[in-house]
Design a protein around this ligand. Structure first.
Ligand code: ZN
Length: 167
């Protein structure tokens, strides 16, 4: 397990549509472990593989003190109502913004044992899953924020603010 340097906007890999994972092998599992370490080390709520330079459809997300969720080839299959939420991104340090996200989502994908799973999420986890799946399509939160709702934050945020950052 290792912490991988996070790619920062405008790294080209962040704008590429990530490829589906064909065979889940050791390298996929190592990638997931490294992504979880990297997410924790950066105090993020989630992370997508392109953020560590790997253009594959793999995401991890976690709520504080909960077991991280990892999904391979994730797809949103159900969406709840939309609400305005604030978020940031580990690949766009120093900015936060308000945008619309669904308050709940159901996401299907494969888990690390190659088993099809459905994750029903709400709140912060639902927000993180939408943010991370956007990353797999080359979409960044700044694309969804109206320019007047994007704000620059202090270069060294407080730990609370950092903990609320999505991947
Ligand atoms: Zn992000």
């Amino acid at each position: 397990m290792a912490v991988i340097p996070i790619k920062v906007f405008p790294a080209p890999v962040l704008r590429k549509k990530a490829k589906k994972v064909g065979i889940i092998d050791r390298s996929t599992l190592k990638l997931i472990d490294d992504m979880i370490d990297t997410m924790h080390s950066a105090h993020g709520a989630g992370l997508a593989a392109p953020q560590v330079g790997v253009s594959l459809r793999v995401i991890v997300a976690a709520e504080p003190d909960e077991e991280p969720v990892c999904l391979i080839n994730p797809e949103i299959v159900r969406k709840g109502e939309e609400a305005v939420m604030e978020e940031g991104c580990l690949s766009i340090p120093g900015y936060r913004g308000e945008l619309k996200r669904c308050v709940s989502v159901t996401v299907k994908g494969l888990d690390r044992r190659r088993k099809p799973v459905r994750v029903k999420a709400e709140g912060l986890l639902a927000q993180a899953l939408q943010h991370e799946i956007d990353h797999l399509n080359g979409v960044l939160f700044i694309d969804l924020v109206s320019p007047d709702k994007l704000k620059k934050i202090e270069p060294e945020p407080q730990p609370e603010a950092e903990a609320a950052s999505s991947g």
